[in-house]
Design a protein around this ligand. Structure first.
Ligand SMILES: Nc1ncnc2c1ncn2[C@@H]1O[C@H](COP(=O)(O)OP(=O)(O)OP(=O)(O)O)[C@@H](O)[C@H]1O
Ligand SMILES: [Mg+2]
Length: 358
């Protein structure tokens, strides 16, 4: 039997303004114990503000936050079992790696022997035991990132908040560090909340993701559910590649002005009037004769080794249609092809004016 899910953090109706700017607007969400949780959203949607409130650097205008059932807002930042790793983490350049990591523990006046053993242990965890004496300037970007992480976890917080922890790294180091962060989180047993505006990064690391939009939380779900069952067109557009068709709701799906009825699945939602149909590129396929289909022309073929993407056009529509196939494709540029899809996999969603804000 699995143990029941326990919430570490409960956020209720959190609202925060900076002057006339509403940075958070009635945000409610729960973060579970030992979870790897991601806050995902475009620049300015309120991610850093939410972390700063959790860490105690900002007092919200309204709302409540509890940690393990206890009120957090009334607790000063330095009394919270929470550590925030800033968007631009700065290591002390004049201190070596060991001193950088020990700094927070020394401020707490822990015994020297304990500091030494905890620093050694945490540097081993991040794979930097050989670099204790190195200066930050002698390290690579990925190694500096590991020092910053070591510094954040050495104090053994219950909750570690990481604001864009990997944004300073190049692509390859970044994907290595994504695996590393996940391993680290499992190993140290600390709840992680990671902020990112990179959806692939959030998908690859997080147990659950909150998609934020303009100071609100659009949806909280696992990566798979966000992709397969987006609650809104905005979320469906933000997560992964998608093809959208706009029309009017009909029992089978939507009715498009020029393409006619496009079948889809409402997943039980009550939708009326204007609606979107979302089809993922891998859910489109070439139709055989007699099947319901839409006529398109191949504009471009992109081959990525393991998969190909066909970029297709439809008369009277400016946005291209993307279709992905495993392996190579025989389709030629300029060819006319008819596309079809499994209606169960095409998602009908209510009209969402924010989709165009992307
Ligand atoms: N100190 C501040 N004073 C005034 N406005 C602020 C302040 N900090 C943030 N804001 C505004 O609040 C909103 C949310 O900002 P926040 O920093 O939380 O966004 P973010 O999601 O972290 O963005 P980014 O991805 O760019 O870091 C933005 O409109 C921002 O301009
Ligand atoms: Mg930010």
């Amino acid at each position: 039997m699995t143990s029941p899910v326990k919430n570490l953090i409960e956020i209720k109706n959190l609202t925060h303004d900076y002057g006339s700017v509403r940075a958070l607007d009635n945000v409610s969400l729960e973060i579970r114990e030992n979870e790897f949780f991601a806050l995902l959203g475009p620049s300015g949607c309120g991610k850093t503000t939410l972390l700063r409130i959790l860490a105690g650097f900002e007092t919200p205008l309204e709302g409540s936050v509890t940690l393990a059932g206890q009120d957090l807002i009334s607790l000063p930042a330095n009394k919270r079992p929470i550590n925030l790793m800033f968007q631009s983490y700065a290591l002390f350049p004049h201190m070596n790696v060991g001193q950088n990591v020990a700094y927070g523990l020394e401020r707490e006046k822990l015994p020297k022997a304990e500091i030494k053993s905890r620093v050694e242990e945490v540097l081993k965890t991040v794979g930097l035991q050989d670099k204790v004496k190195a200066r930050p300037s002698q390290l690579s970007g990925g190694q500096r990132q590991r020092v910053a992480l070591a510094r954040a976890i050495v104090k053994r917080p219950k909750l570690l908040l990481l604001d864009e922890p990997l944004s300073a790294l190049d692509r390859k180091v970044r994907s290595e560090m994504q695996l590393e962060l996940k391993r680290l989180q499992l190993e140290v047993g600390i709840t992680f909340v990671v902020v990112t505006h990179d959806q692939e990064e959030a998908m690859s690391m997080a147990d659950r993701i909150a998609v934020m939009v303009e100071g609100t939380v659009g949806q909280v779900d696992t990566p798979v559910d966000l992709y397969q069952r987006p609650a809104t067109a905005y979320v469906g557009d933000f997560i992964g590649e998608s093809n959208f068709f706009d029309g009017i709701i009909v029992p089978e799906g939507i009715k498009h002005a020029s393409l006619g009825v496009l079948p889809g699945n409402r997943y039980g939602k009550d939708i009326s009037g204007e609606a979107h149909l979302l089809i993922r590129p891998e859910d489109l396929r070439l139709a055989v004769s007699g099947e319901h289909s839409i006529p398109t022309m191949v504009q471009d073929v992109q081959f990525y080794g393991g998969a190909s993407t066909l970029v297709l056009s439809i008369e009277g529509r400016s946005a291209p249609i993307l279709m992905s196939q495993p392996g190579a494709t025989s389709a030629q540029r300029g060819a006319l092809v008819n596309l079809t899809w499994d209606p169960l996999k095409a998602i009908v969603l209510p009209r969402d004016s924010r989709r165009s804000a992307l």
